[in-house]
Design a protein around this ligand. Structure first.
Ligand SMILES: Cc1cc2nc3c(=O)[nH]c(=O)nc-3n(C[C@H](O)[C@H](O)[C@H](O)COP(=O)(O)OP(=O)(O)OC[C@H]3O[C@@H](n4cnc5c(N)ncnc54)[C@H](O)[C@@H]3O)c2cc1C
Length: 554
């Protein structure tokens, strides 16, 4: 469907900066830009406000994922490596973006991830360089000595408020299998097992919106920051190679749909995330020239890297039935327990409703050939067939395990120029021999952990995939059947040094070939970090906006 001519759109005004997407990155960027009252900032967000209780009660992710109120409801293309299955690919569609529906795990990744970026020619992106940007917004509940954590920032980091005997036993079993207990995953080396730290404040979810945008919007005297929700950005408009305007629709697909436009004096910051940012670049004429031509879009910059380099963590989810110990499955099944859980949360902010899906994690090597841990476990005192389906009617735990540094590369592209159309998302899981081998080794390590003495008293029985899967071939088939995203797509608009021809951005996150446009979100990562991706994304936002302000002063 062709876009209406720019002149048919109502102009809503002119701003110094327009931030597209109020997600994990966009909220940090908008906060830092608007902290100067002289700078006019507009934030455009496709989702609505977070006026639903399940955005705030941590366990609400169970209801938010797969719900159009909260989730874009993307799906991947059928994945050859997963036996032809197409996966649900959740992304937050609400203020706070994916931080409003995610699992709240606070994880920075490994020092080696960022040192690897620096070695690719990305000066200023090594671990020592980026650590101050993690710390800049951190508000750790009890920062230990050593300077790796700090209190006083906007972004609260707390310890989980619920303990499960089964999870303690799993940590003991992991230790018996050679995975040491460690106090903190966020030191640059996360190998070992620990309880995850979480982004919650007194048992409530803290989203990037709640931490960075809402407080500013509530200030009566602040007039330089404006948030528009339920507006779907369609494209960025350029004049003489400079980003000058953004075109968007209010109420897309509703009878009151209105086509709008805003002018930009400074820069446009694209923070729509690893799925939507490449789509918006393509809609704006920045992408592979051949691909754009096929879609009927005029090419402004021939940038074949746009939408390529998709990396994600595929979690394999073996499930073990247990006896003689409580899990959320049976706790939740007892109807009389539910009001008690609600009361406990309301009165004390403790109990199962404060639960992130995973409380205990472990990082380990699938083989000694890896210099640092290449597997991450998320142990969950619950089990289900898939997210969105109900909990199993028996006690069980899930030992979700993912390859932290997959070598498979996928892509995200426009299916057509029609703004209503769904994107083509192809992560290409298990596309390399290495990724297939890591999956098989991960399943063997899982069985080794579960077979250790500390778990024996709970008589674990492998429910999925089941003991029948023994050969490497059978284990790989099981991994393909049990594998699903752990929601960490990154890399689709990657930054890179001058000799990286696939890099869409330079090391200061500026889009090559145009001016006045930066991308600041999870899509910029050249390689995926070894852990959950929200906090690396917020670090990128903190560093990206600092560079933007520095460049503006020049
Ligand atoms: C279910 C789930 C669980 C996860 N668990 C964890 C976890 O426990 N720990 C962790 O570290 N990471 C986790 N992640 C990953 C993490 O949340 C993401 O990596 C991170 O939030 C990405 O940030 P972002 O700013 O790049 O994108 P997002 O936070 O997704 O923000 C993008 C924003 O742009 C908006 N947008 C998109 N297109 C348009 C458009 N055309 N017009 C206007 N607005 C638009 C979106 O609505 C969204 O608000 C999880 C993610 C999910 C989905």
């Amino acid at each position: 469907m062709p876009d209406p001519a720019s002149t048919d759109r109502r102009l809503i005004g002119s701003f110094d900066y327009v931030v597209i997407g109020a997600g994990s990155a966009g909220c940090v960027v908008a906060n830092r830009l608007a902290s100067d009252p002289q700078t006019k900032v507009l934030v455009l967000e496709a989702g609505g406000l977070d006026d639903w209780i399940w955005f705030h009660i941590p366990v609400g992710y169970l209801f938010a994922i797969g719900n159009p109120r909260a989730d874009w409801l993307f799906r991947t293309e059928p994945q050859a490596g997963l036996g032809g299955r197409a996966l649900a690919y959740p992304r937050g569609k609400v203020v706070g973006g994916s931080s409003a529906i995610n699992a709240m795990v606070y994880m920075r990744g490994q020092a080696a991830d960022y040192d690897g970026w620096r070695q690719r020619g990305l000066t200023g992106w090594g671990w020592d360089d980026v650590l101050p940007y993690f710390l800049k917004h951190e508000d750790h509940i009890a920062p230990p000595p050593g300077g790796l954590h700090k209190a006083g920032g906007e972004w609260r980091v707390e310890h989980p408020r619920v303990r499960w005997a089964i999870l303690d036993a799993i940590r003991d079993a992991a230790e018996a299998a050679g995975i040491a207990k460690i106090p903190d995953f966020n030191t640059g080396d996360n190998e070992g097992s620990s309880y995850f730290q979480v982004n919650q404040r007194r048992g409530r979810r803290l989203s990037a919106y709640g931490a960075f945008l809402k407080p500013l919007l509530r200030e009566k005297e602040r007039r330089n920051l404006r948030l528009e929700t339920r507006v779907h950005v369609e494209r960025i408009v350029f004049e003489d190679g400079r980003a000058k305007a953004v075109e968007f629709t209010h109420g897309l697909g509703t009878p009151s749909e209105e086509k709008l436009r805003v002018e930009v004096g400074g820069e446009v910051v694209l923070s729509a995330g690893a799925v939507a940012s490449p789509l918006l670049l393509e809609r704006s004429g920045i992408g592979s020239g051949a691909r754009l031509q096929g879609l009927g879009i005029d090419t402004l910059v021939d940038a074949p890297g746009v939408g390529e380099n998709l990396q994600d963590h595929l979690q394999i989810r073996p499930v073990y039935k247990v006896q003689g110990v409580k899990t959320l499955n049976s706790d939740y099944a007892r109807l009389w327990r539910r009001p008690l859980m609600a009361l406990e949360w309301a009165a004390l902010r403790t109990g199962p409703l404060t639960m992130a899906p995973s409380q205990v994690g472990a990082f380990a090597k699938s083989s000694p050939q890896y210099a640092t841990a290449n597997l991450q476990y998320h142990f969950q005192p619950l089990s289900l067939d898939s997210w969105g389906s109900g909990l199993h009617p028996f006690d069980a735990f899930t030992a979700s395990v993912c390859n932290l540094r997959p070598t498979s590369r996928g892509s995200v592209h426009l299916r057509s120029a029609d703004v209503h159309d769904t994107p083509v998302i192809s992560p290409n899981y298990f596309n390399t021999e290495e990724d297939r081998q890591v999956a098989v080794d991960a399943m063997k390590l899982t069985r080794r952990i579960v077979a250790q003495a500390p778990l024996a008293r709970f008589r674990p029985e492998e429910y999925m995939p089941g003991e029948a899967a023994q050969s490497d071939e059978a284990l790989l088939k099981a991994a393909a059947e049990l594998g699903t995203t752990i929601f960490h797509p990154v890399g689709t608009v990657r930054m890179g040094g001058d000799d990286d021809s696939g890099a869409v951005l330079d090391g200061r996150l500026r889009v090559r070939g145009v001016s006045g446009l930066r991308v600041i979100d999870a899509s910029v990562m050249p390689t995926i970090t070894s852990g959950n991706t929200a906090n690396p994304t917020m670090m990128i936002a903190e560093k990206g906006v600092a560079m933007l302000k520095e460049d503006a002063r020049r």
